[in-house]
Design a protein around this ligand. Structure first.
Ligand code: ZN
Length: 347
């Protein structure tokens, strides 16, 4: 699939979920509120909101509890093993994530990320096996194998002698068992159950190749708007310094994550697409509101059905515009090139 077509499809999916989730999404699009759109899209993008909206509530509840139990086990595994590699590996938890970093004396800023959507029931199993793997066998970019050498307290490639491997990953801190069901749990079902960070593309690709051996432990759904190495494993590049500057100037928000950046860009493009059909979109929205007013006593299921009708009327008005805007967006150019490169890697 053409990279811009993939992004267009994912953008449509996010937009659909955002429209079904509440009444303000289309309203923000008509008003031209970039911030409102970006916040809503980011929420859908990062918290797998669609799983709640489109799936069954019972399954969602069971999954969150199961997943939390897996996280409890995974955290224990990491905490029990890290001390054996204390010169090389460190763990800490803060801001709801368990962070694991390798070669703590050699910190490098992350430029590349992998997003792992590990199956809920296999999460602790993955962490246990992956841990053994990374301490015993890393695929070096040279094609050789690298291993943790306890006397050197380093991972060293047997073939090329590279000894500056660096990467980090994080996964969610489990919730106390008494809190395993509440709204915030939707975060736990994100498509990025593990996020890995790399300073260079070669390291990221070497890890991607290593992870191919675990493909059967991945959910087939990849984090949206990332490059897909295989179903469930997404790849992203950090925004450039210029892109970050532009984002900070526009939002005042110093925390520029890949997700926040791309959500804002999507929001801008959807607003443009709506503006191009402003009269029809406004009329359609007005008619819908008159026919299906918000009232006390409506169930979520009723409102969901009504918003589906709204989506089905609005979307065809803007689809062609949106597709053309995404294909022509210069800020996506670098991103498209990267995705094409990834397709070659995955092949
Ligand atoms: Zn090597």
């Amino acid at each position: 699939m053409e990279p811009h077509e993939k992004i267009y499809n994912e953008c449509v999916e996010l937009m659909e979920i955002a429209t079904l989730a509440n009444d303000v999404f289309i309203d923000n699009a008509i008003k031209g509120s970039v911030k409102g759109m970006a916040d809503e899209l980011y929420e859908v993008y990062s918290k797998a909101k669609g799983l709640r909206i489109k799936g069954s509530e019972e399954k969602f509840r069971a999954d969150t509890i199961q997943y939390n139990n897996e996280l409890i086990t995974a955290k224990k595994i990491v905490e029990a093993r890290a001390p054996y590699y204390s010169e090389f590996i460190y763990t800490k938890d803060d801001d709801h994530w368990v962070h694991v970093a390798f070669d703590k004396n050699n910190y490098k800023p992350a430029s590349f990320r992998l997003y792992l959507n590990i199956k809920i029931f296999k999460f602790a199993y993955f962490i246990r096996n992956f841990w053994v793997k990374i301490t015993n066998y890393i695929s070096c970019p040279c094609g050789g194998k690298a291993k943790y050498e306890s006397y050197e307290k380093k991972v060293i490639c047997k073939t090329c002698k590279k000894d500056d491997f660096y990467f980090a990953f994080k996964f969610h801190v489990p919730l106390p068992k008494t809190e395993t069901y509440r709204g915030a749990m939707s975060e736990l079902l994100r498509h990025d159950k593990i996020v890995m960070y790399f300073p260079d593309e070669e390291s990221a690709k070497a890890m991607a190749r290593t992870l191919k051996e675990y493909q059967n432990l991945f959910e087939p759904k990849t984090m949206p708007l990332t490059g897909e190495i295989f179903p469930g494993l997404g790849f992203a590049i950090e925004p450039t310094a210029e892109e970050k500057e532009e984002y900070i100037a526009a939002t005042g928000d110093e925390q520029v994550s890949f997700g926040a950046y791309i959500s804002r860009l999507m929001g801008e493009l959807i607003i443009k697409a709506v503006q191009n059909k402003r009269v029809q979109v406004e009329l359609t929205y007005k008619n819908w509101k008159a026919k299906y007013p918000e009232r006390m006593g409506k169930t979520d299921a009723e409102r969901y059905k009504e918003r589906t009708i709204l989506y089905n009327h609005i979307y065809p008005l803007i689809a062609d515009n949106l597709r053309a805007l995404i294909a022509g967006e210069v800020r996506f150019k670098r991103y498209f090139d990267e995705l094409a490169e990834l397709e070659r890697l995955a092949a």
